[in-house]
Write a protein that binds this ligand. Structure first.
Ligand code: GLV
Length: 328
């Protein structure tokens, strides 16, 4: 019997490609070429499955020319590259890669917050540029993490991981805002108190964004929200580009309306708003929050597991639109 055809849209661990080749006829992009949307659609035209990453857009336009497509397995927890309604309407299963990246991503969020508050990259640039000629009492003085108020917007698994690091490891007071409040046991485990978004913005010394992107969270942090924050506060975005209005943030950083920001995700990435590149009080990283080899391998294997389960008649592990399975 012939194997189902799948497309691996981006370069991925060779051992994961080899694993998939046991089950599928695989076309893979190990050269990591940048494909236009039209090229992705053309390559998907004869495929039954797709292994995608967060940059591969699957929407009605793509689905219209891929009638044989049955499943897209995302190697990412976020799935705003999927038009889930269009996929469901087309009977295409979507899966993501949650859980396996939670602790690694929470580590990174905490690291970015610390680097931002303690001005680590800014001071390194100064040193590398040969500008360090003598020590000064207030040189690159930042703000404390220990004992400060940690605000978290979006209290899913990664937000909870950051809360625990702050409360248990650094004695921080943790406040959060989320679409729905955690149950009392989980709040106690995270030592976190629920507050309104306005109170979160006004009270946090360090605000970390971990909410999913959707039209409802577009520019959840814009000029009006930044204006509510303390002038000494820091802002970290490890969620998704578009949740922060990057132009408004660059203006707030330039005018020192907040102290500093740490950004791992950007509107329109890999492009970065030019004004952000011009301000010193921002730490910039290229969407690497889950980037450790064990975690990225676990994410790739979870996407592969979903494809294998689906085509071997088992239940996919992390379906996003399970209604599609019921219809089949
Ligand atoms: C990374 O941003 C992910 O969604 O996994």
């Amino acid at each position: 019997m012939s194997k189902p055809k799948i497309l691996i849209a981006r370069a991925v661990f060779p051992e994961v490609v080899a694993r998939l080749e046991e089950y599928f006829e695989v076309e893979s992009n190990q050269a990591d070429e940048t494909w236009s949307k039209a090229e992705l659609a053309a390559r998907l035209r004869d495929k039954a499955g797709a292994f995608t990453t967060g940059g591969d857009r699957i929407d009605a336009g793509v689905l219209a020319v891929c009638p044989g497509l049955k499943i897209c397995a995302n190697m990412a927890v976020g799935y705003n590259n999927f038009d889930l309604d269009a996929m469901t309407a087309a009977g295409v299963l979507a899966t993501n890669a949650p859980d396996v990246l939670t602790e690694t991503t929470a580590d990174f969020g905490f690291a970015l917050m610390m680097a931002t508050a303690r001005r680590i990259t800014e001071s390194e640039h100064y040193l590398r540029a040969g500008q360090w000629t003598k020590w000064r009492y207030d040189m690159f003085s930042g703000s404390d993490i220990h004992g400060a108020t940690l605000g978290i917007l979006g209290m899913g698994r990664i937000g909870q991981g950051i809360a625990k690091r702050g409360a248990l490891g650094f004695g921080m007071k943790v406040i959060y805002h989320n679409r729905s409040r955690l149950d009392a046991a989980l709040e106690a485990e995270c030592q976190a108190s629920y507050v309104s978004k306005e109170e979160l913005l006004k009270t946090a010394d360090h605000l970390v964004l971990v909410l999913p992107y959707s039209p409802a969270s577009h520019h959840a942090i814009g000029a009006a929200e930044l204006a509510l924050m303390k002038p000494t506060a820091t802002l970290v975005n490890i969620a998704r580009g578009g949740i922060v209005d990057d132009a408004a943030l660059a203006a707030a950083l330039k005018d020192k309306r907040i102290a500093a920001a740490g950004l791992d995700v950007f509107e329109g990435e890999p492009l970065v708003h030019p004004d952000l590149l011009d301000v010193p009080n921002v730490v910039l990283t290229p969407h690497i929050a889950s980037a450790t080899i064990p975690t990225r391998l676990a994410m790739a294997n979870l996407a592969a597991d979903n494809l294998i389960a689906f085509f071997t008649g088992k239940k996919p592990l992390t379906p996003l639109n399970p209604a599609v399975l019921a219809i089949k």
